[in-house]
Ligand binder design. Structure first.
Ligand code: MSP
Length: 648
């Protein structure tokens, strides 16, 4: 198979907002897609990041008494941390305030100016400050309001640089007509094509009304308009200026995942910018729908913004990832309800998936001491199940090629359903009783093959649960490291030792869950939703899931700094493999910097950042010592534990 390249991006998120399920949705979808493509053997480059310039950020910062840069530095961590908690496997995280990006924006601006595609003019129009867009008269809401956010528009006039977008509209239309898969789903394609047919106007791409942006080259009075700046992030991170080889490799394979509200920027303005620069437009832009929450638009003023950190904490990362992609077809709008999530955890995860695993491993234990048997003769019913494995792999690939996550999951669940039915049909317990060993071997081996296939196919969606399933099936390593082209899914490895483990997805007691929720909504008892999946008899016991929500990782101490006036604290610079960060730790009286540098320690990587003696600390190290605090021992590991690896 020839190697393929696959480059996928999420939108870069505005840092004036805290992350909500909308942000989590796109990023999880992109993560699933990238993990799946890696398993198919593709070279994947997965990008996300933050959009840090523009009026909204400047205004938010002013309101908080901070500089825009301070606000961006602080709030972008909310996104970075969320991606760590949600297990996002991005290869790069771009911030538009980074120097590597500012250089690319200026260079592209200059190139377009030099070739006559940017000119200076004057712009007058109705402007929506929060959305940072001029709104044409024809699209205004009642009483001159913004059609997107409903807020009043203000009249603005300013000198502005314009991008000659009109010149390239026909070329873009021809590109789309020749490549209808370039915009998905089809309804969005139709929308964009008819928009292009109605004509595209030149775009105002600079502002004199604010300072917080990238200066226009040679004209400091202007900063580059935030959208012109933001879209370019996709090229910056792909190495447009700094790594031509990477750019040549991945740019022809670029795909953007976006929400439906920002498709004109991605399907009209951005491809036109690319055409003007002599670059190819994206292979595909996929626009997903929007979530409402229990039937209502999500908004801060309604107080119904769903916090992804909380969802992951209460329900677990994997169920949350699964639910978002299973519940609603990716291109359509959907409604988020926690009850629907609880029901899906119980029916799809605890019942369908958990049962097949438990029943199979239980029987493998009872009849074959946990060892996978070599199959005997294959009867038509076995063949039917085994062929469904291959067919399911083919369907999942086909569905994910067009971002149909729910359809891909449905086909995996059809295989699970077939597996559960196969148990009922073949009645292995009866075969065991009757001493029909050969037939029992075939049945157990077939069930094993189904479970392995399900594990591999669900691994991009639920990386952690899949890993636990894999271990129970007796494999070492991570299912995500398997490559579909080389795994013979139908063949169960005879002789492999399975090991039945903890319940994969504990059932949530719906009555208890409802009571907890009522208490939360009525504001009683500190308004905590009980962790529904952890009904515990003993207060001092915690479940494995609660333990797992603490992200312990291996880090190397690469630098130690004293903090002025702090007698007990050091600032430690840590290398986690996938990123470097700083933590503050009260260990100064026990160690010199030399004692610490080079040590591989264990840190809590998903701890909320805290500022100690004016230094921001992003995590905590683990250490132990006697109660009187007369000594301290650091928890360390040797080099067999790679940097960033999770402690479990
Ligand atoms: N910064 C721009 C994107 C620039 S890309 C070059 C931006 N940022 S955003 O933070 O406001 O929105 C990011 C994404 O979140 C958008 O794709 C948007 O569609 C998505 N969502 C915002 N609310 C949403 C829901 N309620 N549901 C689903 N997605 C939603 O726009």
């Amino acid at each position: 198979m020839s190697e393929k390249n696959f480059y996928l991006t999420t939108p870069i998120y505005y840092v004036n907002d805290i992350p909500h399920i909308g942000h989590a949705y796109t990023t999880i979808a992109a993560d699933v897609m990238c993990r799946h493509m890696r398993m198919r053997g593709d070279n994947v480059f997965f990008l996300t990041g933050t959009d840090e310039h523009g009026q909204k950020i400047q205004q938010s910062a002013e309101a908080k008494g901070m500089t825009a840069q301070e606000l961006a530095d602080k709030t972008m961590l909310n996104f970075r941390n969320l991606w760590t908690v949600l297990g996002i496997s991005n290869d790069d995280f771009i911030r538009t305030t980074e120097e590597r990006h500012e250089r690319v924006v200026q260079s592209m601006f200059q190139k377009l100016m030099d070739q006559g595609d940017i000119y200076k003019g004057s712009y007058e129009g109705w402007y929506c400050v929060p959305c940072e867009t001029y709104v044409p008269e024809s699209s205004m809401g009642e009483n001159r309001t913004c059609p997107d956010c409903g807020r009043p528009l203000v009249q603005m006039q300013e000198e502005s640089y314009f991008f000659r977008a009109s010149k390239y509209a026909d070329r873009l239309l021809a590109y789309y007509e020749a490549n209808p898969q370039a915009i998905l789903p089809r309804s969005r394609y139709n929308e964009i094509v008819s928009f292009l047919r109605s004509g595209v106007r030149d775009q105002s791409i600079s502002r004199t009304t604010l300072k917080w942006g990238i200066p226009v080259p040679g004209d400091d009075k202007h900063v580059v308009y935030v959208w012109f700046d933001a879209l370019i992030n996709y090229a910056t991170a792909c190495g447009y200026l700094d790594d031509r080889e990477k750019f040549a490799k991945f740019w022809p394979a670029v795909r953007h995942l976006v929400g439906k509200d920002i498709i004109r920027f991605h399907c009209v303005i951005w491809p036109i910018m690319l055409l003007a620069l002599g670059l190819n437009p994206p292979v595909c832009v996929f626009a997903h729908g929007w979530w409402t929450v229990e039937g209502e638009k999500m908004s801060k003023s309604k107080g119904n913004v769903v916090d992804p950190f909380e969802m992951a904490r209460v329900y677990g990362v994997d169920p949350f990832r699964y639910f978002l992609l299973r519940e609603v077809p990716f291109g359509l709008d959907g409604d988020f309800s926690e009850l629907a999530m609880v029901q899906r955890v119980n029916s799809d995860l605890a019942n369908d998936l958990g049962n097949l695993l438990n029943r199979t491993l239980q029987m493998m234990g009872n009849y074959r001491d946990g060892k996978v048997p070599a199959p005997g003769a294959i009867l038509p019913v076995d063949e039917e199940v085994l062929s469904l494995i291959d067919a399911t792999l083919a369907t999942v690939k086909e569905k994910l090629d067009v971002f149909s996550f729910d359809e891909a999951l449905k086909s995996i669940w059809a295989l699970l359903g077939r597996g559960n039915k196969y148990i009922d049909e073949t009645m292995p317990w009866k075969l065991g009783r009757e001493g029909n060993g050969e037939r029992l071997d075939t049945v157990l081996s077939t069930l094993f093959a189904v479970l392995r296939a399900v594990t591999l196919l669900t691994a991009p969606f639920m990386p952690d649960a899949a890993k636990r399933m894999y271990v129970q099936l007796g494999f070492s390593g991570d299912p995500l490291d398997e490559r579909f082209p080389s795994v013979a899914l139908r063949n169960a490895p005879a002789g492999q030792m399975t090991q039945k483990g903890d319940v994969l997805f504990p059932r949530i007691d719906v009555d208890q869950w409802k009571k907890g929720r009522e208490a939360k909504l009525s504001g009683k008892d500190g308004a905590q939703v009980p962790d529904a999946k952890i009904p515990s008899e003993h207060e001092d016991e915690i479940s494995i899931d609660l333990f797992k929500s603490v992200e312990l990782r291996v880090a190397e101490v690469i630098g130690v700094e004293e903090i002025p006036k702090a007698k007990k604290l050091y600032a430690l610079y840590l290398d986690l493999g996938y990123e470097k960060r700083k933590i503050v730790s009260g260990i100064k009286e026990f160690f010199t910097p030399q004692d610490l540098i080079g040590k591989r320690i264990i840190v809590v990587a998903n701890l909320k950042p805290a500022t100690l003696c004016g230094v921001e600390s992003r995590g905590m190290l683990l250490a132990a010592g006697p109660k009187d605090k007369s000594a301290l021992g650091l928890l360390t590991v040797d080099e067999s534990a790679p940097l960033g690896s999770r402690v479990s």
